[in-house]
Design a protein around this ligand. Sequence first.
Ligand code: COA
Ligand code: ZN
Length: 302
Amino acid sequence: MERIYIQEVATRDGFQIEEQFVPTEEKVKLLNKLSETGLDKIEVTSFVSPKAVPNLKDAEEVMNRINRHPDVAYTALIPNVKGAERALNCQADEVNLVASVSETHNLKNVRSTTDESFKNFKEISSFLNGTKMKINGTLATTFGCPFEGAVNENRVLTLINRYLDLGADGITLADTTGMATPKQVYRLCEYVRTRWPELPITLHFHNTRGMGLANVMEGIRAGINQYDASLGGLGGCPFAPGATGNICTEDLVHMLSFMDYEMNVDLDGLIETSKHLETLLNHEIPGQVMKAGKISDLYPVG
Ligand code: COA
Ligand code: ZN
């Protein structure tokens, strides 16, 4: 059976947009629980400006305090060399760079043009040269931009090449505000897969318009086997209007495990951790399986 890799982003994509600061201690506890569930990768935090994203101002402390499971890759988002330095000091396994396919979204997100972002990434890759740190290149708004609308697919390919030129080990195609349709996902992913058959590609979907899991199925059909998802379906970009949660990790794992895909993940452990997350945040979270139970959970008659 086909192996699918599950990459958790709740403590980065999710916590960056929470109204309340999640205490460091609670972040560490949650990450330790997540590490025990068999996830393949965890995006722990962002080493960004604490003024831009105050919720993640404790990035060092979180990264340094978590128990690192040998089978989990620990990654962190960075915007510049300063972020790379911080991530390196904490011995992250990977840094995640983000540029938007849409110029307008890039300006909103990191206050620079896409060209400036890639110049900056060149400096980051030179800085990290000779270290063990891996580099993942994310393309935000790959499937549509909340400001510009449709994006040009050729531009997506050009920017993938720019990431590969600076030595990126993997690429993430991100649907920042849930604008991708399943048909579009299949077409673009098949194209990218054919052009770069061996390149590790992650798909990062937000479920803003209810198309998230359908998009995953079309991504799998196009040969992509790494998926970002967020516990309880938390998530959203603070610099994109109308952004809401990622596809939900336990809902994704639930669907795929009942379709006989192979994963390492303990679904019950995830559901339990998601319930813990809801209690911790003290507001309802979008996850569905954590509320409805698994399809194998039957009710007594009468
Ligand atoms: N870590 C910590 N602090 C940082 C930093 C980093 N990686 N990068 C910049 N800063 C600090 C600077 O030291 C400076 O602090 P000061 O005001 O106390 O002197 C301040 O942030 C501004 O830095 P500057 O280089 O002028 O950048 P900017 O104001 O143009 O901000 C970004 C650019 C990208 C660094 C900032 O907007 C950012 O971190 N954005 C977060 C993007 C994000 O996480 N998006 C969501 C995920 S897709
Ligand atoms: Zn996202």
